[in-house]
Ligand binder design. Structure first.
Ligand code: GTS
Length: 230
């Protein structure tokens, strides 16, 4: 047990590698978390070109079976995929700000709302991109179902309306402070913007919240962050 703890402390102190894509909405989730937690200096970025299908090569699939970005590689070679898992890992490396909740209640609410943001907004926009538009192009998109893509676009708009209603009653998506759940909704809106799916005009609370989120340095500087040397 002590040996495991020692090894974990050594890894936690070492340099990590983030396999990511500069403008990608899912990688943005980890970039925002890194900036919020001032951990950028602990990470080197390796770009995996989605448009060239580099995430579907055997070499990358060996790192992440799902063939998606981002993936965090720890100093000992441990590979952590999935934004939620990566954010949870980063959150436990140090103290404030806590992105995944300080109490059991906060943790429960933040995980629930993060998953809801994925299910009702971010993932539907992604499916719309891959199925309802040319997506990453014919070399990468080997199967497309446009009808499914368009249904998911509609689901994403419903999701925007859900979060709009929620944000008329509270300043953040879960609990009382900025969290991983806010980051997931931000990523959904970043992706929506990329595929030209605007927030409905009458969703004033969602638009106002997003304007506040975009003013956060972690969000505003997310693309440039990999160009600054650690
Ligand atoms: N559930 C995964 C997570 O949370 O990490 C989803 C990751 C995901 O879909 N990542 C996108 C991807 O790899 C990256 S990006 O589109 O945001 O840039 N997409 C490529 C593909 O072929 O699905």
């Amino acid at each position: 047990m002590a040996a495991t703890e020692n090894m974990e402390q050594t890894c936690a102190a070492g340099m990590m590698t983030l396999y990511d894509w500069r403008t990608g909405p899912y990688p943005a989730r980890v970039r925002i978390a890194l900036a919020e937690k001032t951990l950028r200096a602990r990470v080197r970025f390796v770009s995996v070109n989605l448009w060239k299908g580099e995430h579907k090569t055997p070499a990358f699939l060996a790192k992440n079976y799902s063939g998606t970005l981002p993936v965090l590689e720890l100093a000992d070679g441990t590979l952590i995929a999935e934004c939620t898992a990566i954010t949870q890992y980063l959150d436990t490396l140090d103290g404030a700000p806590v992105l995944t909740g300080a109490t059991p209640r906060e943790q429960g609410l933040i995980h629930m709302m993060t998953r809801r943001a994925e299910l009702e907004l971010l993932d539907p926009v992604s499916v719309y991109f891959h199925h309802g538009t040319p997506g990453l192009g014919p070399q990468v998109e080997l199967y497309q179902n446009p009808e499914w893509g368009l249904r998911q676009r509609d689901r994403a708009v419903r999701g925007m309306r859900y979060f709009d209603d929620l944000l008329t009653r509270q300043p953040f998506v879960a609990a009382g402070a900025f969290s991983m759940a806010d980051i997931a909704v931000i990523a959904g809106l970043i992706f929506a913007d990329l595929v030209q799916l605007p927030i409905p005009e009458d969703c004033n609370a969602l638009s106002a919240w997003y304007a506040r989120m975009q003013a956060r340095p972690s969000v505003a500087n997310r693309i440039a962050m990999s160009e600054t040397a650690p």
